[in-house]
Each structure stands twice: as structure tokens, then as C-alpha cells.
Design a protein around this ligand. Structure first.
Ligand code: NI
Length: 173
């Protein structure tokens, strides 16, 4: 396994619409393992392949909390097949927007169909944190970041600060 580098916003690579995976093979499984390792080290609860520079419809999630054992979920070509009418407000962060958090409104529950790491079709019904993370990661596959759900003013503040941080980092290197 290898750690991947995570692209930090603003970056045009995060706006790419990810392509469907044709075959869930060893390449895809190895990528998902690398994504999980990268996510756990960050640490984070979800990661999409596009955040590692691979614009394919692959996400990994683990919302288990200590002391529970890890519960990684690997999803290929996920699709929302049902969503609740109720809206839930939850605080979100993103490994591509380090250190920024904001409340985002989304459907309170979703059902998602996907291929697992063996290429088998599965469905998962989720509410609470798992629902939020699923929708957040699936947004990445469309080139959407959680700040895109905020007002232009809030989004602008966060993105300008990230640009400034990148400049400072580049100057320090
Ligand atoms: Ni994210």
C-alpha cells in the first residue's frame, strides 16, 4: 500500500467529472487500499479517487469511531437510488479543504447502489454521518465541493484563505 497525495482546493483537478469504472480489477482494488491508507492517515472519514488525482468513480468511507474496529466501505460507480424528503444540517469538512468546516444541508437519508471491491452490485441505506459522507464523496465525483453548497460569500472567504495558505507554503519551500 502507498499513501497518495491529496489535492487541496482551489485546483481545477477537483472540478473534473469522474468517469465510470469499467472493470473492478486488481488495479482498482489496489487504488482503494491506497485511498483507505491515505484517508486513515489524514485522518478522515471519506475520500474520493479524484482527490488523489484519479478522476474515476471510486470512493472509500469509514465512519467507525474508536474503540470500534475499522469498518471500511469501498464503493465503485455509486448512484443515489432514493433520498429522503427531510433535510438534515450537518457540519462537514474535507481533506481537500483542510481545517475548514461548515454546516451543509442535504437529504437526511439516502440509498446508494454501487459495485463493491469484487464487482458485486450492492445497496446501502444510510442516515446520519454515513449519509452525509456518502453524499459528500459522491459530490466529488461531479466536481462539487462542500463549499459549493454554501453562499458565494462564505465560499469566497474559505477559498481565498486556502489560496493564501498555498502561496505561503510555496514561498517557504
Ligand atoms: Ni471532501
Amino acid at each position: 500500500m502507498a499513501r497518495l497525495s491529496i489535492i487541496v482546493a482551489p485546483d481545477p483537478r477537483l472540478k473534473i467529472i469522474s468517469k465510470p469504472v469499467e472493470t473492478v480489477d486488481d488495479r482498482v482494488r489496489a487504488l482503494m487500499d491506497d485511498m483507505l491508507e491515505t484517508m486513515y492517515m489524514a485522518p478522515g472519514v471519506g475520500l474520493s479517487a479524484v482527490q488523489a488525482g484519479v478522476p474515476e468513480r471510486i470512493i472509500v468511507i469509514d465512519v467507525a469511531k474508536d474503540p470500534d474496529p475499522p469498518a471500511p466501505v469501498r464503493l465503485v460507480n455509486p448512484e443515489i437510488i432514493w433520498q429522503a424528503d427531510e433535510i438534515a444540517l450537518a457540519e462537514e469538512g474535507c481533506l481537500s479543504l483542510p481545517e475548514y468546516y461548515a454546516d451543509v444541508e442535504r437529504p437526511a437519508a439516502v440509498e446508494v447502489r454501487y459495485l463493491d471491491e469484487n464487482g458485486e452490485t450492492r445497496t446501502i441505506k444510510a442516515e446520519g454521518l454515513l449519509s452525509t459522507v456518502l453524499q459528500h464523496e459522491m459530490d466529488h465525483l461531479e466536481g462539487i465541493l462542500f463549499v459549493d453548497h454554501l453562499s458565494a460569500i462564505k465560499r469566497g472567504i474559505i477559498l481565498r484563505k486556502l489560496v493564501k495558505a498555498k502561496r505561503l507554503q510555496a514561498a517557504g519551500e
